[in-house]
Design a protein around this ligand. Structure first.
Ligand code: CO8
Length: 259
């Protein structure tokens, strides 16, 4: 299977598969095709007995700087509903094998949400996490308000979601968002090492353990995600969404009018 926006590697270490997001010019902005490719590669790893754990990473500058704003900017609420991109996210959520995010540089918006969709997060010293959707007239749509709040607590999640503030790797570690920080030169190697520890265990036990942890974590989450999704779509009916995204594309400051 050949992909345009990801690089898949089955040789990275015994039993470990890796997926590298590969749109470096756009800071790995998550367009629909890229998310579809990640989903497909994960499904293939899930069905492959020679793989026991997966590492997802970007490059040193960016894990992913969010959903592709240029692709979304002109969309209506109905367009967004019809595109139904979150089915892809729901499928990734159901992958049985453990997934470790190796994050360096920006993990913003959908990029932060993708890292949080993984089971563990290893970060480089330069990693920055944020939910800056509010700056472009929308809000998190792929679990940010729910998974972030569960991970870091209400007031920290509120600050990130309402102000768009980025947090450093050290803050993310202190807040319980990530597992560990390592020097930038080592972040991928460290994530692979963590995957190898997992890969040494019984795959069936790992599968059921992952499923069980997610069960505890997810109680009540579906309702929250449903609620979040409706609101996310609704924002595409606003002028501020158009203004915010167009201003980003045109490299100017947005003028929000509360409409
Ligand atoms: N979408 C599209 N293009 C992007 C994105 C993005 N999210 N982020 C960066 N780029 C592009 C820039 O437009 C630029 O392209 P070009 O060279 O053609 O002008 C290139 O990547 C490099 O970016 P910058 O020049 O801006 O780099 P800087 O180092 O100056 O700034 C930042 C880096 C701070 C990360 C800045 O690029 C930025 O603010 N990016 C947008 C961050 C953001 O708002 N993310 C949230 C997006 S909305 C979202 O994620 C909603 C999620 C809900 C659904 C999830 C579905 C996938």
């Amino acid at each position: 299977m050949s992909y345009e926006y990801i690089i898949v590697n089955k040789e990275v270490a015994p039993f470990i598969g890796s997926i590298q997001l590969n749109r470096p010019q756009e800071l790995n902005a998550l367009n629909l095709q890229l998310m579809g490719e990640i989903k497909k590669a994960l499904e293939e790893f899930d069905a492959d007995d020679s793989i026991r754990a997966v590492v997802i990473h970007g490059n040193e500058r960016a894990f992913a700087a969010g959903a592709d704003i240029k692709q979304m900017a002109g969309k209506s609420a109905v367009d967004m509903l019809k595109i139904d991109q979150f089915t892809t996210w729901d499928t990734i959520r159901k992958i049985k094998k453990p997934i470790i995010a190796a994050v360096s540089g920006f993990a913003l918006g959908g990029g932060c949400e993708l890292a949080m969709l993984c089971d563990m997060i290893v970060a480089s010293e330069t990693a920055q996490f944020g939910q800056p959707e509010i700056n472009i007239g929308v809000m998190p749509g792929a679990g940010g308000t729910q998974r972030l709040t569960r991970a870091v607590g209400k007031v920290r999640a509120m600050e990130m979601v309402l102000t768009g503030k980025f947090i450093t790797a050290e803050e993310a570690l202190a807040f319980g968002l990530i597992n560990k920080i390592v020097p930038t030169a080592l972040y991928l190697r460290e994530a692979i090492k963590m995957a190898q520890i997992v890969a040494e265990k019984s795959p069936i036990a790992i599968q059921l353990a992952k499923e069980s942890v997610l069960k505890a974590f997810d109680s009540g989450l579906q309702e929250g995600l449903h609620f979040e999704r409706k609101n996310f779509y609704m924002l595409f009916a606003t002028e501020d969404q158009k203004e915010g995204m167009n201003a980003f594309v045109e490299k100017r400051k947005a003028n929000f009018i509360n409409q």
